[in-house]
Write a protein that binds this ligand. Structure first.
Ligand code: DGL
Length: 262
């Protein structure tokens, strides 16, 4: 099956790795809308327009048979519209609020995301449904998207930004931080160094791949050495340059290293 993964930028690569290992016999297309990244600080209408264009390209021109919106922001504002428009499996991503609350019913949970996701009705509905004890706090971290796209993963600027953003929270009261933006997984090492061991990360990456397999009628394999083939697109253009492909590979290997941090 021809499966597209779509993100505003390279954050979706943190989902692609799982998908290629769990479904090694499928064919993947990865679309990073780098002409328009970041989405999270733009208007909802602008993002809806970008997502419409990306889907038109992936489904109508590239004949994708399923699409994973590997972007919490685009899911928040456009997944319902795309499901009405296209009769193929469309899998979205939502911050892993339920997963984090289910794992610990007493301590607080810090849910991070982009400004659009954090303000969005979809997330507020999710919190109303699962957070009966009012344990969730919200924190937008838009600059992490910029840092990631500039390939600045570990630096004094990143550390200072995160240290300042996380300072208001007394982590002794928290069980987990929810990574509600696929770009944020690239920063788990710095985040880990700023959080106590008692706090864990929660993201929806594995769950999204399971949901893809279920909705597309595929069977996941135990993750091993084999990975599915993938063609990369920057907005509507196929990536062919050796330098840009090498850059993508280095994001993929960083994403793999970050998977090992719990
Ligand atoms: N990676 C995206 C997400 O999961 C969005 C980042 C952005 O473009 O602001 O929300």
């Amino acid at each position: 099956m021809r499966i597209a993964l779509f993100d505003s930028g390279l954050g979706g690569l943190t989902v692609l790795g799982h998908a290629r290992r769990a479904l090694p016999d499928e064919e993947f297309l990865f679309f990073a809308d780098r002409d328009h990244v970041p989405y999270g600080t733009k208007t909802v209408d602008e993002v809806r327009g970008f997502v419409r264009d990306a889907f038109r390209f992936l489904v109508e021109e590239e004949r994708a048979e399923a699409v994973v919106i590997a972007c919490n922001t685009a899911t928040s504002v456009s997944a319902d519209e795309m499901r009405r428009r296209y009769d193929i499996p469309i899998i979205g991503m939502e911050p892993a609020v339920k997963k984090a609350l289910d794992a610990d019913r007493t301590r607080r949970v810090l849910v991070t995301g982009t400004p659009i996701t954090v303000r969005g009705e979809k997330l507020h509905r999710l919190i109303d449904t699962y957070d009966a004890n009012h344990l969730v706090d919200l924190l937008p971290l838009p600059r992490l998207v910029e840092f990631a796209e500039n390939q600045e993963f570990v630096s004094p600027h990143v550390e200072e930004y995160l240290r300042t953003a996380l300072a208001p929270f007394d982590f002794a009261q928290y069980s987990a931080i929810v990574l509600g933006c696929t770009h944020f997984n690239f920063f788990k090492d710095t985040m880990r160094s700023l959080m106590p061991e008692t706090m864990t990360f929660a993201d929806g990456n594995d769950g999204t791949v399971e949901e893809l397999a279920r909705r597309a009628g595929l069977t996941t394999q135990p993750e091993g050495e084999r990975t599915a083939h993938c063609t990369f697109f920057r907005s509507g253009r196929r990536v062919v340059g050796a330098q840009e492909l090498a850059r993508i590979e280095s994001f993929i290997s960083r994403a793999e290293r970050m998977e090992l941090i719990n």
